[in-house]
Design a protein around this ligand. Structure first.
Ligand SMILES: Cc1cc2nc3c(=O)[nH]c(=O)nc-3n(C[C@H](O)[C@H](O)[C@H](O)COP(=O)(O)OP(=O)(O)OC[C@H]3O[C@@H](n4cnc5c(N)ncnc54)[C@H](O)[C@@H]3O)c2cc1C
Length: 407
């Protein structure tokens, strides 16, 4: 019986595993991931700002794995011996006949000191950020020095990509809510969210009218978006931008991601892993790589974007190609199809491009939620999220408990 080993249980790996289970062929599937849960990343900015609960984005893998032919191993992958068809992990070595590498990506800090800023990549980052913002507001509420208060209440995000834009919007609303509900002595005029963008435009993948809507929303939320802002250096108390100093306690790197490094024997890792049109690693027909780690260039010469929707589409093709390879059928090419673009800008407002139609406001936000709800894996998880979101329509953020526990 052929053994298929899948590394990483994110959008690429988990969906490949579940897609493979649909084939009746006789093969054994081993799925290896360092955590025993799957993270639905498109919603973690809402966890970081107490908009939804942790349980709405984290799902235990055993509840998502569809078949008992599939064996899950919780382990850290250390290296891959491509020559001897072997994966080395913290729980021992695994031989494979076919391999799928889908270990995702990490924050790209672009030489900034990562110990002086926050990031938003995992659920742990989201929890840490939410706690830190709360603690800093609490400290500010006890502070007398106005300059110190302003520094504590200034949050700077570096990078105005989709994550920076969504997080800035949510943080602005979260902070205002913290002041309104608990830290009433703080003046909301002193609370600032600054979003720095290195270039002179944002969201190049979106049409102009959608970008206009984002900019108008930012004006309404009073988010300070600064173009042509080159960050020189971070310090404990602020950030140097274009040779000027901005005092700020919380700095968040939303600069984008880069593929996770993995030790390969022989070493063919080069800022990711290059794959052919069938998603096979160059020169290794039994090894596939997908998701954020894969460097797949489309016929127009563009790299497939690092998006969950791309990883899921690739998972589907890889499952088919594994079946084809085992059965000596011809393999099929992968072609990324952009399904649309959704951007939430705080509670009850979003900008969306779906099937070439543009939406904004509450309807777009409703659409945003409905589409993401349909993408959440597992019926129980869908129902739980739908319930929490419905309750959330009538209540404020999940911050009351933080006030109680901090007393
Ligand atoms: C904040 C945020 C918001 C996003 N929003 C969107 C969105 O709205 N729409 C969209 O399309 N995309 C979005 N993305 C991008 C999307 O999350 C990624 O493109 C997608 O997750 C890539 O899938 P993947 O399978 O390559 O990696 P992942 O989904 O990250 O999965 C990789 C898995 O490998 C595991 N792993 C890593 N290293 C090891 C190791 N050494 N050993 C064992 N396991 C390991 C990880 O724990 C993880 O479970 C967002 C990303 C972030 C960070």
């Amino acid at each position: 019986m052929k053994r298929i080993v899948i590394l990483g249980a994110g959008f690429g790996g988990l969906y490949t595993a579940n897609d493979l289970c649909r084939y009746k062929d006789k093969f054994e599937i081993v799925l290896i991931n360092k955590e025993d849960y799957f993270t639905f990343t498109p919603l973690i900015h809402e966890v970081a700002t107490a908009g939804i609960r942790r349980r709405n984005v984290i799902y235990p893998l055993d509840s998502l794995i569809c078949n008992d032919r599939l064996k899950f191993i919780k382990a850290v992958v250390k290296s891959i011996d491509l020559k001897n068809k072997k994966v080395l992990t913290s729980k021992g070595n695994f031989k494979y006949d076919l391999l799928v590498i889908a270990l995702g990506s990490k924050t790209n800090f672009y030489n900034l000191d990562k110990n002086l800023c926050y990031e938003l990549k995992t659920i742990k980052d989201a929890k840490k950020l939410r706690k830190e913002v709360f603690n800093i507001f609490e400290t500010a509420s006890k502070e007398k020095n106005i300059n110190e208060i302003k520094k504590l209440l200034t949050i700077v995000l570096i990078g105005a990509g989709p994550t920076g834009i969504e997080l800035a919007s949510e943080l602005k609303e979260y902070g205002i809510e913290l002041i309104r509900l608990g830290f009433k002595n703080l003046n909301k005029e002193n609370f600032k969210v600054i979003l720095l963008q290195r270039s002179d435009r944002i969201l190049s993948m979106l049409p102009e009218d959608c970008i206009d809507k984002v900019l108008k929303r930012f004006k309404k939320l009073n988010i300070d978006l600064r173009f042509n802002s080159k960050v020189d250096k971070l310090t404990k108390d602020g950030i140097y931008v274009n040779n000027n100093f901005i005092p700020a306690k919380i700095k968040i790197c939303t600069t984008g991601v880069e593929p996770n490094f993995i030790n390969l024997i022989p070493n063919i890792f080069d800022k990711g892993i290059k794959v052919n049109s069938k998603l096979q690693v160059n020169n290794y027909e039994n090894v596939f790589c997908i998701g954020d780690m894969a460097i797949h260039i489309n016929p127009e010469g563009k790299r497939t974007p690092m998006l969950a929707q791309a990883a899921v589409q690739q998972a589907n093709i890889v499952a088919k190609n594994i079946f084809n390879l085992i059965n000596n059928n011809e393999l099929i090419d992968f072609q990324f199809k952009k399904l649309g673009f959704l951007l939430s800008l705080g509670q009850k407002f979003a900008v969306a491009e779906v099937l070439n139609k543009h939406f904004k406001g509450f309807f777009a936000w409703w659409l945003w939620r409905t589409i993401y709800l349909s993408k959440v894996v597992g019926l129980k998880n869908k129902l739980m999220l739908a319930y929490d979101w419905t309750i959330g329509l009538f209540r404020k953020r999940y911050i009351k408990n933080s006030f109680n526990t901090s007393k």
